[in-house]
Write a protein that binds this ligand. Structure first.
Ligand code: SAH
Length: 464
């Protein structure tokens, strides 16, 4: 026996440059294979569970090592050839190298692992509902624009970089997006309108944002640019409409800030009203450019059905919907409750939500434009006693003051809709410490081929 030097975590040390032959024991939601060498965890981008492969260690970190996949000796039965010519450079679809069955298994395992490791909840199994459409299922895209060797390019960032992969046609976006992208690039080329350069903070066009109502077919195009007034606006409108006559509205948003935020705070319609409409769960929704709207329509309806089922409404309830966007879930709840109150930070989304309540004749829905935590604290101080609180926060999960307010108001049921199983699990743990238990959970795949999954969870009070 010789002594192996152990790192802090009690792991033997691997060295960059070494080659090993391993059997992959699992696949992460980011599409990396996981293997263990002498107890040390190694992540191998592109390797799949059960595969035997030759790898080369590229980096040894404090908690894990990383390796490149050199050769697959025994491929997984679930391995498929990525059917997209941009796959190797584009950071968009992390799971295109496995079949959909394997993808759903990976996503299910991810949710179970997060709930167990972070949430402290041991679930034997969880149902995951896959998307019938795995191609062209998205209704929204935002292409970053960049100058490359004197040409303008628009597409997606290469994984882990800010280098744009110029994408002529995307397998998961609506086909109109390719035509609109091409038209905007042609307009830039023709009038020599510069793309934005994030290093020098010069140039104009930063993002081409497109949203298409899945049911209505209405299309909104929004151009984000580093200027107060967009040059050659009339030509832009003409060029885009010629390429895609179905476009309903074209909007300009000035974004002169440094950083990664896509849209600005002001929106100027160059053509049409600046909003589109769509139908979801039998209700009509007006959608303005900065308002959130789920990207996979069919799956969003199934997800919201589950949230509604978990809410268990009889018509007598007061329901709070925190992080409500344009009121999609709030109005579904209002149809079945005494009253529903939505809270949302983005002013345009709140205006949409109020208009949506009017359009759907739901006078029992009210909306507040403020931070969810602050609103929850205020409701609590005013003595509001909601029967159900629904939360659907962004990826970072709910804020600590939301947890505190839930704890103080003690609604019998909390329905948590989440796009990030890790922060969901963290919040499940916090609620468990405040008298709730996880009563039910389901996962819905709204993002085929991509490293994301939605989860809906019902938390019930332990004492009821
Ligand atoms: N429930 C809606 C929106 C969910 S997305 C739907 O399904 O359509 C999350 C929403 O939370 C976004 O609209 C975002 O603008 C909003 N948001 C983010 N931080 C917030 C905060 N601190 N307070 C209130 N809303 C917030």
């Amino acid at each position: 026996m010789f002594h192996v030097k152990q790192s802090d975590e009690g792991m033997p040390s691997l060295r960059a440059g070494e080659t090993h032959t391993v059997t992959v024991s699992g696949t992460t939601i980011e599409g990396d294979g996981i293997a263990r060498i002498g107890g040390q965890v190694v992540f191998i981008p592109g390797a799949l569970e059960a595969e035997r492969c030759e790898i080369r260690i590229t980096h040894v970190g404090r908690r894990a090592a990383y390796a490149e996949l050199r050769r697959i000796l025994e491929p997984s039965a679930h391995r498929i050839l990525p059917d997209c010519p941009y796959h190797a450079q584009c950071g968009g679809c992390a799971l295109r190298h496995m079949d959909y069955e394997a993808e759903l298994a990976v996503k299910k395992q991810h949710v179970l692992d997060c709930l167990r490791r972070i949430g402290g909840v041991e679930m034997e199994d969880i149902s995951i509902y896959g998307s019938a459409e795995q191609e062209h299922y998205r209704n929204k895209v935002q292409f970053p624009v960049q100058e490359q060797d004197g040409r303008v390019a628009a597409g997606f960032f290469r994984a882990g970089t800010h280098i744009v992969t110029d994408i002529g046609s995307c397998r998961i976006q609506p086909p109109c997006a390719d035509r609109i992208r091409g038209a905007v690039l042609a307009w830039m080329q023709k009038y020599r309108i510069r793309a934005y350069n994030e290093q020098t903070h010069t140039g104009y066009i930063r993002h081409i944002y497109i949203r298409r109502g899945a049911v209505s077919g209405q299309i909104l195009v929004c151009i984000a640019a580093n200027c107060r007034k967009l040059p050659k606006q009339d030509a832009l409108v003409r060029t885009v409409l010629a390429a895609e006559p179905g476009v309903t509205t074209i909007v300009f948003t000035p974004n002169e800030a440094r950083g990664n935020t896509v849209l600005g705070t002001e929106f100027f319609p160059l053509y049409g009203s600046g909003t589109i409409e769509d139908t979801l769960c039998g209700l009509t929704f007006r959608l303005s450019a900065p308002a959130f709207y789920q990207v996979n329509h069919a799956q969003a309806e199934r997800l919201y059905d589950a949230a509604l089922r978990y809410a268990g409404l009889t018509g007598r309830e007061t329901v709070l919907d925190l992080y409500c966007g344009t009121g999609t879930i709030t109005l579904c709840l209002a149809r079945q409750a005494k009253q529903a109150v939505g809270v949302e930070l983005i002013p345009q989304a709140v205006e949409d939500a109020r208009e949506n309540a009017r359009r759907n004749g739901l006078a029992n829905a009210r909306f507040f434009c403020t931070d969810a935590g602050q609103a929850a604290q205020r409701f609590c101080a005013e003595g509001t006693q909601p029967d159900v609180i629904v939360v659907d926060p962004p990826r970072k999960g709910v804020s600590a003051d939301v947890i505190d307010a839930i704890d103080a108001m003690r609604p019998p049921r909390v329905v948590y809709v989440s796009c990030n199983a890790a922060t969901l699990a963290r919040d499940v743990k916090l609620l468990t410490e405040r008298g709730y238990r996880l009563a039910a959970a389901e996962a819905y795949d709204l993002f085929p081929r991509c490293a994301h999954v939605e989860t809906v969870v019902l938390m019930s009070r332990k004492d009821t």
